[in-house]
Every structure is written in C-alpha cells, then in structure tokens.
Design a protein around this ligand. Structure first.
Ligand SMILES: *Cc1c(COP(=O)(O)O)cnc(C)c1O
Length: 374
C-alpha cells in the first residue's frame, strides 16, 4: 500500500526515544499502580481540556461507564432513565448507556456534519429523558446553542464522548465559558486507544469534569469503590489508568497540537482538491476548530470507490459500516426508523489522515479520487 490508511509503528517512530525514556522512568520508579506519572498526566489533561478535574481510567468505554455509574450512585440518574444518544456513533457510546441500565434514545445525525442533529433534540425529550450523550464524532465538536438551551430548559445532564476530539473546540461557549471539548458538558470521556489523536501504546482513557463530587465518585468507582484504603463506599470496579500508559501519554501530549494542526492541513488539502462529483466532502468550518480524527467522504458507490482506491495504493476504512441499532446485540432496537444513520453507514469512507500521511500524499490521493468513475 503506497498510502496506508494508518501505520501505528510509523506514527510512534518519531517518539520512540522519549517513549522508551518514559517507560524506563516507570520501571525505575518501583511504582506500578497510581503515583506521580498518573497524577501528572491527570493535571496536564485537566489543563488541556479546560476542566477542574481529570481522572485517568482504563479505556474510553470504561470512562463512559464510570460517568453514568457515578451519576446513578450520586442519585442524579436512575436505572431506566432515558439518555439521548446519536444514532451515528461508534457502538461503545451506546454500550456504556445500556451497561448502566439506562435507556438510549436515538437521534438521527445531520447529513453534513454526521454529528447528532441538534435541531431534532427537543422532539426526543420526554419525561423519562434525563441526559444527553453528545459524541464529538470524527473530531468535530457536537455542541451548540440549541443543545445548551435544551439541556438547560429540561435540566438534562450533558455527557461528552470525547474519544475522537481531544483538543477540538466548539464555536459556542459552554455555561462555564469554555470552548474545548471535554469541558462543554457536565462530564466527558476520553479514549487514548492507539489510533486516537493522542494514542497510548495499549488501552487508556480518562474522565474530565469540573464537578468535585462526580470526580470523587468516578475515582472511587474505578478503584474498587474505595474512597480511602480498605474503606469501600461503592460496589466498585478496577478501571485504573496504569502508570506506564500515563507516562507515555504525558510524553506525547506536548506534540498533540502540532499533530492536530497537521490533520487540519490535510483536511484543507482534501477539501480543496477533491472535485469528483460522485463524492461528497465533509464540511470544513472557518475557522476550522475540528481535530479531524477522521476525514469522512460519502459516495453512493462507496464499495466500488474503496476497491478502486485499494487497487491504486490508497488505504481506507469505514466508520462505521453498521450503526449500533442494527448490531446483533441490539436486536431490540432493530426496528427503529433511523434512515439517515443507515444511509450514512452504507456511503461513508474514511481517507488517510494522520502524521503518516504527508501533504503531498493528500494531494496525490485527491487526484486518484478525481480519476474515479463508475
Ligand atoms: C474509541 C471510542 C470509544 C471507546 O474507547 P476505547 O478506549 O476503545 O474503549 C468510545 N466512543 C467513541 C466515539 C470512540 O471513538
């Protein structure tokens, strides 16, 4: 493959020396659970995401589960409560909701942003709905005045799935006056899965919030439900972030802004240079506040286009080929009418967009796409 979709080895190669240094620091420290690496990473993440607290956890799905569990333990959500969720998302968003005994209320995406269509939010609110899970899909903030107004009007908790959008900003300020994703709602989940914009060398995640009670509940729940040693206030889990991943993430974090800027440059090149009428390009806001975890085009002949690109040395991926409500595990939601999400699932195609792809590569890929005809 001349233009691989993603090459994690190549992606981490420039950091290999400092990653090894960080790993050696952990080996030599004699501290393999918690400690300063985790604490320092949490401090840096809280600052980056304009939040008062960050709690390192095991992965992104656990981050979401811990947030919902904590709200239930704190009495602010009850089992069975409705949570508005986007129909177009990675299944982990929905798994967290159902795992906690909450009821997902699916809302269709906007055709242009692929994010939850906030114009439809108010129609989805019922007596039972107590929260909104907003997913900043593909690195674009899903947050605007409509969402903030609906949340305020009905007293809904706003949880952000920020797995794909670390460093992104909303054009609309949160009630706290912040713009960064991870600070817009009441709590946010991060994933540092290796392919994410800030990737660990294994599984890792975090929760950010400016609510001290929620931060304490998440921290306790992730540590056997213990608020201090041998004192368990909750029936908890073991979902801690390990210091090896924390040390690696701390080391890579200072380079995130430049990596995100590179993704923006590639997105701008694709948007300027792809001109095939068979292909629809994603919206690029001006100024561009997204961090382009994925650059997702749509094409009615998606499978033919993907095969053509493979033949021409361009790796692609699909995010996501089957929407959550049509997965076998969610048979109970299969009859929902979500045509926009279903149409997107059959037409989306993700192009290479990472530090493994150069500006010249993006131009070459755009030319290859422009020569596609079927
Ligand atoms: C990656 C991802 C998750 C899950 O994160 P993990 O660390 O893989 O558990 C959740 N939501 C979205 C939108 C994601 O992209």
């Amino acid at each position: 493959m001349r233009y691989p979709f993603l090459d994690l080895g190549k992606l981490n190669a420039p950091y290999a020396d400092i990653i090894k240094e960080a790993a050696c620091r952990v080996v030599d420290s004699g501290r393999y659970i918690g400690g300063t690496e985790v604490a320092e990473f949490e401090k840096a993440l809280a600052e980056l995401s304009q939040s008062e607290y960050a709690v390192g956890v095991s992965n992104g799905l656990d981050a979401l589960r811990l947030i919902f569990r904590a709200y239930i333990r704190l009495g602010r959500l009850r089992k069975g409560d409705g949570v508005i969720v986007p129909a177009n998302t990675y299944i982990a968003s929905i798994l967290a909701v159902t795992d906690c005994g909450l009821t997902p209320v699916f809302v269709e995406p906007d055709e242009h942003t692929h994010n939850l269509d906030t114009k439809l939010l108010e129609t989805a609110v019922t007596q039972n709905v107590k929260a909104i899970l907003t997913v900043h899909l593909y690195g674009r903030a899903c947050y605007d005045k409509t969402l903030a107004d609906v949340a305020a009007k009905y007293g809904l908790i706003v949880v952000e799935d920020n797995a794909q959008a670390i460093g992104a900003e909303s054009a609309y300020a949160s009630p706290r006056g912040t713009y960064r994703t991870g600070s817009l709602g009441d709590a946010a989940a991060f994933s540092f899965y290796p392919t994410k914009n800030l990737g660990a060398l294994g599984d890792a995640g975090a929760v950010t919030t400016s609510d001290p009670q929620l931060a304490a509940a998440v921290r306790a729940l992730a540590n056997y439900g213990s608020d201090r040693r041998y004192h368990n206030i909750y029936e908890g889990l073991n979902c801690r972030l390990d210091p090896m991943q924390a040390a690696i993430l701390r080391t890579k974090m200072p380079f995130l802004a430049e990596e995100n800027a590179h993704r923006r440059r590639l997105a701008a090149i694709y948007s300027a240079e792809i001109s095939n009428p068979a292909v629809s390009k994603p919206l690029v806001d001006s100024p561009d506040r997204a961090v382009w975890h994925q650059y997702v085009i749509t094409c009615d002949k998606r499978d033919e286009l993907a095969a053509y690109l493979t033949d021409n040395g361009v790796g692609t991926d699909i995010h996501y080929p089957v929407p959550p409500h049509l997965q076998p595990c969610y048979e109970r939601y299969a009859s929902l009418q979500l045509p926009v999400a279903e149409r997107l699932a059959s037409s989306v195609l993700s192009l290479p967009i990472s530090s493994c792809t150069s500006a010249d590569d993006a131009s070459a890929i755009a030319s290859i796409i422009n020569r596609f005809s079927k």
